[in-house]
Each structure stands twice: as C-alpha cells, then as structure tokens.
Design a protein around this ligand. Structure first.
Ligand code: GUN
Length: 168
C-alpha cells in the first residue's frame, strides 16, 4: 500500500473490513427500530441508520456479499469505484461511482436490498474513498459473504466476475 493511502487509513482510523478494504463507522443513530416493526428476516432491533467511510485500493477488492437493506454509496475522493451488482432477476451490472459524469460515473448509487454486490478500483496504484449509508442500520447479522461455488452454481453466466471477486 502506498504511503499516501497508509496515511489516509491512519488519519481516518480505518480498520480492515471482512469483505476487503478499510472502513470506519462514522454514524449510528441512537434511536432503535424494534424487531417487531422490521421485516421478519431481521433477527433483532436495529438502529434507524448507520454510515461508514470505506476505502478500497486497486490492489484489493470488496468481495461479493449481500445485506438486507438498501445501501447508498457516496463518492468522496480518489479514483472511481466499480460496484458490481447481481440483481434479484440474475442480471449483472457494473456501476461506476465517481465524479466523471461524461464517462457514465455517478456520485451516488443505491444498491437494492438483497442484491449480491462487490466492488473494485480499476485505475492501477490508486484507491477510492467513499461512504456507505444504510437504513435500518448495519448489523453483521444482516451481512452474508458469498460462497464462490454456491454463487457460481446459482449464476453460471456470471462465473468469471464471481471468480474474480470472491475468495476461497
Ligand atoms: N458497517 C460495517 N460494515 C458495513 C458495510 O459493509 N456497509 C455498511 N453500510 N455499514 C457497515
């Protein structure tokens, strides 16, 4: 990792994320939504909303995973980030989060609840610095990292991107 990126990780006190990359939770609402007011697949009470910083380097990737709520991505700096989404109908789309609007990039992206998604940075020796906001608030109970062979059997058409963006 370059000195510039290490400095960012240190000064923002980012920690390694299990999906790849570095993160820090910057907001967690104090108020809670009771389990009985949430859809049945939530296992307990959840914060109204949470938000994180997320930094991904081009040497690494964020592996395919899914969560139970929509996730809003916000671009802050560095180079653009690709968010790879397999939706409920099994369609794969690569979305670019960044500021180069003429090149199909967007500063904000919503990944719908339940979709499998991964992210990567295509420019070499660089990083993307973004934010991710979810409501109800994030809980690792609602987070599922994909199993490479199971996801490939479910979506054989997308086997190459799944292979690239999952770990053994
Ligand atoms: N908090 C810890 N991990 C995550 C994540 O992957 N997404 C969001 N939105 N919040 C988190």
């Amino acid at each position: 990792m370059s000195q510039e990126i290490q400095k960012l990780v240190d000064s923002l006190q980012l920690l390694p994320h299990p999906e790849g990359g570095f993160y820090k939770e910057v907001y967690r609402s104090e108020k809670m939504i009771a389990k009985n007011a949430l859809p049945d697949d939530f296992s307990g009470d959840r914060s109204y909303c949470t938000s994180i910083y997320f930094l991904l380097t081009s040497e690494n990737f964020s592996a395919f995973h899914r969560i139970k709520q929509d996730e809003i991505w916000h671009f802050y700096g560095g180079s653009s980030l690709s968010v790879h989404v397999i939706d409920a109908a099994g369609n794969y789309t690569e979305h670019k989060v960044g500021m180069n609007f003429n090149n199909g990039e967007q500063p904000q992206l919503v990944v719908p609840a339940g979709c499998w998604f991964a992210s990567s940075v295509s420019e070499e020796n660089s990083y993307a610095f973004v934010g991710c906001t979810v409501a109800p608030g994030f809980d690792f109970e609602d987070f599922e990292l994909a199993n490479r062979s199971e996801l490939t059997s479910e979506y054989p058409l997308h086997s190459s991107i799944i292979h690239r963006l999952t770990r053994e």
